[in-house]
Design a protein around this ligand. Structure first.
Ligand code: AMP
Ligand code: MG
Length: 332
C-alpha cells in the first residue's frame, strides 16, 4: 500500500513554542504559502510593515527559484535543452553558492530533480525500476551546470531543484529585512527553517521545539537568540510501499532515498542558507560522518534524532537543550 503523508501536517517540524511573553506588547503573526510550504512571520504589531515586506520578498524569490512554476529561472533552465539561459543575478549568485556548498558537502546535490520526478515526489510517488533510477542518476550532476553573470546552462539532461537551500536563503533575506526595520524580536518559520531574533520582552529566551518523529508531539526544545534552526526529517514527506518508508531526500550516490539511520537532523547556526544545506546533507551522511564534519569545521551545532530512538547533540547545545520524551534517550 502506498501512502503519501503530505508534508503539511508535519511542516512545523520545528514547532515554535513561542508566545512573545506575558508582557503587554501586541504582536502580529502573518501566514502565507510560498516555496511549497506554509510560512509564518511573527513580529511586534508596530513592525507589521516588516512582515509585509518579508512576504513580498519571499514571493519574489519563489518567482525566480521555483522548480514547478513556469517562467521561473530554474524552470526555464530545466527545460532549456542545454541552451544558455538568461537568469536573474540573484539566481546566479545563489547557484554559485550552491555549487560551492556542493563541493564542500557532495551529499547536498541540487541537480537531482530528474530523480525526484522519477520517484514521484512531485506527483504520485512509487518505487521506480532500478534500471530507471540508474539511468536518471547518470543524467544528474552539478558538473553539468555552468553559471555566468546573468546566465546559466545545463547539459546532459540534468535538472536543478533548490528545495534544500531556497527556504534557508529566503530566511536569511527575511532576517535582513527585520534588521533593516530595527525589529527587536521576531520569529520566522518557513517550513521548518526557523529564525529567532532577540528574546522575549521579559529577556527570557524563546524555546524552539523539535518534533517527535511521526507524531505531532514535541521531542525536545532548544534555546538561543539570533540563530537559525533548520530541520530535515524523514517524516516531513514520505510514502510507504511494501511496508517500507521512502523519504523525499535522495542520496546522490545511489539515487535512492537516504537511509542513514536518522529520523531528523536539526542544525543551529547564524547563516540560514548554510543551515538549510547542512541539515539536508547531514541527513544523508548520517550522525557519525556529520559529527566528524562539525568537529573539523565548527560551522554549526546540531541535534541528531536516530531511528534507534537516540538523540545526539553537539557540545555547544548542552546548556540549551531539554529532552521532553522518555521514548528517546540522550546519548553521551
Ligand atoms: P530539506 O527539506 O531542506 O532537507 O530539502 C529536501 C528537498 O531538497 C527535497 O524535497 C528535494 O526537493 C530536494 N533534495 C532531495 N534530495 C536532495 C539532495 N541530496 N541534495 C539537495 N537537495 C535534495
Ligand atoms: Mg535543506
Amino acid at each position: 500500500m502506498k501512502r503519501l503523508l503530505a508534508a503539511f501536517s508535519a511542516l512545523l517540524l520545528l514547532l515554535s513554542l513561542f508566545s512573545f511573553g506575558s508582557c503587554s506588547e501586541q504582536t502580529v503573526t502573518k501566514s502565507f504559502f510560498a516555496m511549497n510550504t506554509y510560512c509564518t512571520v511573527t513580529v511586534p504589531a508596530k513592525n507589521a510593515d516588516a512582515a509585509d515586506e518579508i512576504i513580498r520578498r519571499v514571493n519574489a524569490l519563489e518567482a525566480l527559484l521555483s522548480v514547478s512554476r513556469e517562467g521561473s529561472d530554474i524552470y526555464r533552465l530545466n527545460y532549456s535543452d542545454g541552451e544558455q539561459t538568461p537568469i536573474d543575478n540573484e539566481t546566479a549568485l545563489l547557484l554559485k553558492r550552491a555549487l560551492e556548498l556542493n563541493s564542500l558537502l557532495p551529499a547536498f546535490d541540487f541537480s537531482l530533480f530528474r530523480l525526484s520526478l522519477l520517484w514521484g515526489f512531485f506527483a504520485t510517488p512509487s518505487v521506480p525500476d532500478d534500471a530507471d533510477i540508474k539511468s536518471a542518476l547518470s543524467h544528474c550532476g552539478t558538473d553539468k551546470l555552468t553559471v555566468g553573470d546573468g546566465f546559466a546552462s545545463l547539459s546532459g539532461g540534468a535538472m536543478l531543484d533548490l528545495g534544500a537551500i531556497a527556504k534557508g536563503y529566503a530566511a536569511d533575506e527575511a532576517s535582513k529585512i527585520l534588521l533593516s526595520h530595527g525589529v527587536e524580536r521576531a520569529l520566522l518559520n518557513f517550513g521548518g527553517n526557523v529564525f529567532v531574533l532577540g528574546t522575549k520582552q521579559s529577556g527570557a529566551d524563546y524555546k524552539v521545539g523539535i518534533k517527535k518523529p511521526y507524531t505531532e508531539e514535541i521531542l525536545a526544545t532548544l534555546t538561543g537568540k539570533d540563530l537559525f534552526y533548520v530541520t530535515s526529517g524523514s517524516y516531513e514527506r514520505y510514502f510507504t510501499e511494501g511496508g517500507k518508508n521512502y523519504c523525499h531526500i535522495i542520496d546522490p550516490k545511489t539515487g535512492y532515498p537516504a537511509e542513514s539511520g536518522l529520523y531528523s537532523v536539526t542544525v543551529v547556526c547564524e547563516d540560514g542558507t548554510l543551515a538549510d544545506v547542512l541539515s539536508t546533507a547531514f541527513f544523508i551522511m548520517g550522525a557519525e560522518a556529520s559529527l566528524d564534519f562539525i568537529n573539523e569545521t565548527h560551522l554549526c551545532e546540531a541535534v541528531f534524532v536516530t531511528s534507534g530512538n537516540e538523540v545526539i547533540i553537539t557540545d555547544g547545545l548542552k546548556d540549551r537543550f531539554t529532552l521532553l520524551s522518555s521514548d528517546y534517550a540522550l546519548k553521551d
